[in-house]
Design a protein around this ligand. Structure first.
Ligand code: HPA
Length: 250
């Protein structure tokens, strides 16, 4: 069945298709003065709507991303399902840099972000069910494809708790210790409120996350941006392959 698939790229992924066949569109939403830029292309019979979460030249930090405008723009273009790409730090022992995780749970440590479309409580269903924050069917397909490509998918299945921090600073060692006690496997800054807003709009949403560093305090060495960048460059090539294969199978 053909559908409209949204892809939200994070650090290191600013386009899905570098060819000239991509058409850009600027969409004005009620949530921002600036338009949201979407890039449209085709894969198999699907229309692809790509959005660079941090802007095309990585100018928007995680706490300044207008998640509502982004999701609203995607919904107005008829997006049925979203695959989000996230870059994260590893907390649990298996989560070494270079690992790929398809998370199944989220703990939200962010604050002050515009996090809902339901600012007036006019319907009981405005309290969305978020027991399972990710669409498990989509997540399972991502995991199966990444495993089939012999990529280092950690936990080997759809499993992993994504702890979402406010940023833009990285965490303290004590914060990571607390997050580990809470059950977080990975830490990033962009899963929320994105996942919840997608659910509010009834759009299936799953994430594929690349671990690029050990989270703060877990190793002797300080977090190195040169190391992160090397892992990111290599890992995003693989993630892109998983995306293309998964979309073709939808
Ligand atoms: N913490 C939060 N966000 C991140 C990290 C981290 O260690 N690495 C990549 N994104």
């Amino acid at each position: 069945m053909s559908s409209v698939i949204g892809v939200i790229g994070g650090s290191g992924l600013y386009a899905l298709d570098d060819s000239n066949a991509v058409e850009s569109e600027s969409i004005i939403t009620p949530y921002a003065e600036d338009p949201v830029t979407l890039y449209k292309s085709k894969i198999a019979s699907h229309e692809i709507v790509f959005l660079a979460r941090h802007g095309s030249n990585h100018g928007i930090p995680p706490h300044r991303i207008n998640y509502r405008a982004n999701l609203h723009a995607m919904a107005t273009r008829g997006v049925d399902a979203i695959i989000a790409v996230n870059v994260v730090g590893g907390i649990s022992e298996q989560m070494s840099p270079g690992s790929i995780v398809i998370p199944d749970q989220i703990i939200d440590y962010t604050w002050g972000r515009e996090h809902t479309f339901f600012d007036i409580l006019d319907k009981p269903e405005n309290h969305i069910d978020f027991t399972w924050p990710y669409d498990m069917a989509l997540a399972k397909l991502l995991a199966a494809n990444a495993l089939a490509m012999a990529l280092p998918v950690k936990l080997g299945e759809v499993k992993g708790v994504y702890g979402c921090t406010q940023g833009p600073r990285l965490e303290s060692a004590a914060e990571i210790k607390r997050m580990k006690n809470d059950g977080c496997d990975i830490v990033g800054m962009t899963a929320m409120p994105e996942a919840a807003l997608a659910r509010e709009l009834d759009i299936a949403y799953a994430s594929i996350a690349l671990v690029v560093n050990w989270a703060a305090g877990l190793r002797q060495e300080a977090i190195s941006f040169a190391d992160i960048s090397a892992v990111l460059d290599k890992g995003m090539v693989d993630i892109k392959k998983v995306l293309l294969k998964t979309i073709a199978e939808l």
